[in-house]
Design a protein around this ligand. Structure first.
Ligand SMILES: C[S@@+](CC[C@H](N)C(=O)[O-])C[C@H]1O[C@@H](n2cnc3c(N)ncnc32)[C@H](O)[C@@H]1O
Length: 415
């Protein structure tokens, strides 16, 4: 056997995916800035890595699965290091647009708080095995002691395996999305066998045995013991299977606290990219809300939740594609008085056209929630150029141990 030549490198920074980056660039997964490492160079990747001189920020991963599992990227770094790295990402994105602001202390969701997980589940000779895909591999790593997920998701691993035994093909792993709800688990399965009557009744039986609130197989609901409800303020919403939810309840509460503070006192609020009402419904405790969202099923869920709740002010919910058909200044006029505040929480692409229209509308107060620092900074630049002040930004790390970053930010019109 020939010896493979090993390369040594010094890690200069972290890349977008949380990998260490050395001169080249050479990418070294799970390495930290200032570490001396050695490994085998394969193209731009370093593999078979040994940490020769560890960073002072390196810690023992809290989860025993971390070495093989691909679910987390940053368990080898201290919380303080990850916090300042994420803050730095947002700061640099703003600097690239010529902006600076005050940062509030980061809010990090605790371990075991992720409310949704998509497990890969494959049939084995003896039964089935559920877990996350391994690092850069298609191999499934079992995760019985996962430190990321809410324990209610972990206890459903046997259910995920039973679903695979009932309805996975031999070749393709099932994709099982588990979401916690007020009334039990909401389960969505993809890549399974086509439904027939035998499979339908086997699945319904499994759902009953495991106390599942709702089981959806591809696009068909096969069992509904109880509607799976999410609590948004005073409302309870039966969200469509697999539709967007903030990653943790704790992160959602931190984002909502920011949104409520920014929009405090406003009697009429527009909620752009409203989803199922995560912000609209709590806001409706004190304000009339116009909720805009492109997914009809989410708008229907929001409206149903609002109708069944007590004591909320009026919500007008509208299906609208805000990329193609942004709300224009003249759209707000029929409502008699101008809205006093806006909440905007777009997908990763940001909200370039809608933000430009908001600036033209002279909306006095804007709460901007974003999962992409780059598009956030671009849109912030549009607002600041139009005379808005960026008062503060808070990083809300509900994607603990991953490279994702979420922010809530306060803008007011400076005139
Ligand atoms: C980041 S999520 C936020 C949802 C909600 N604010 C919440 O916190 O749960 C973005 C939302 O924008 C919606 N969306 C995506 N593209 C859209 C578009 N072109 N027009 C309107 N809504 C869109 C998605 O369906 C999703 O509900």
């Amino acid at each position: 056997m020939t010896d493979v030549a090993r390369t040594t490198a010094t890690i200069l920074r972290l890349g977008h995916q949380g990998d260490g980056v050395a001169h080249g660039p050479l990418y070294a997964p799970r390495c930290l800035p200032d570490e001396q490492v050695s490994g085998v160079q394969e193209g731009t990747q370093l593999t078979d890595i040994r940490i020769e001189t560890p960073s002072e920020h390196r810690i023992a991963a809290p989860c025993r699965h971390y070495k093989s599992c691909g679910g987390c990227q940053l368990q080898h770094a201290s919380d303080d290091f990850v916090a300042s790295w994420k803050l730095g990402i947002v700061e640099k994105a703003l600097q690239a647009q010529g902006l600076e602001t005050r940062f509030r202390p980061i809010h990090t969701s605790p371990a075991q708080s992720r409310r949704r997980a998509t497990l890969a589940v494959r049939r084995t000779k003896k039964g089935a095995m559920a877990g996350f895909h391994g690092r850069a591999s298609g191999v499934i790593t079992p995760i019985p002691d996962c430190q990321l997920l809410d324990p209610d998701l972990i206890v459903a691993i046997p259910l995920a395996e039973a679903l695979a035994m009932a309805g996975a093909s031999r070749k393709t792993p099932l994709s099982v999305t588990l979401t916690t709800s007020e009334t039990g688990l909401d389960v969505l399965v993809r890549d399974g066998k086509p439904l027939d009557s035998a499979l339908r009744s086997a699945l319904a039986e499994l759902a009953g045995q495991h106390g599942v609130a709702r089981l959806t197989w591809e696009d068909e609901q096969v069992a509904m013991e109880q509607p799976p409800l999410q609590a948004f303020g005073a409302a309870r919403v039966c969200t469509p299977a697999g539709s967007f939810l903030q990653a943790t309840r704790d992160g959602e509460a931190a984002l909502l606290a920011g949104v409520l503070e920014i929009t405090k006192g406003a009697k009429r609020i527009v909620d752009f990219f409203a989803g199922c009402g995560t912000f609209s419904l709590p806001l409706a405790a004190n304000a009339e809300v116009l909720a805009l969202e492109s997914e009809p099923a989410m708008i229907e869920a929001l409206e149903n939740g609002w109708r069944q709740a007590r004591g909320l002010k009026k919500i007008t919910a509208e299906v609208r594609d805000l990329f193609r058909n942004p709300l224009l200044p003249e759209d707000l006029k029929p409502f008699g008085a101008f809205y006093e505040a806006a909440v905007i929480d777009p997908p990763r692409a940001g909200a370039e056209t809608q933000v430009a229209q908001l600036a033209e509308t002279r909306m006095p107060v804007i709460a901007y929630v974003s999962c992409n620092p780059v598009t956030f900074a671009r849109d912030a630049k549009t607002l600041v150029s139009a005379g808005y002040r960026l008062n503060w930004v808070q990083v809300v790390d509900q994607f603990r141990w991953s490279a994702h970053t979420e922010v809530v930010a306060s803008f007011t019109l400076d005139d």
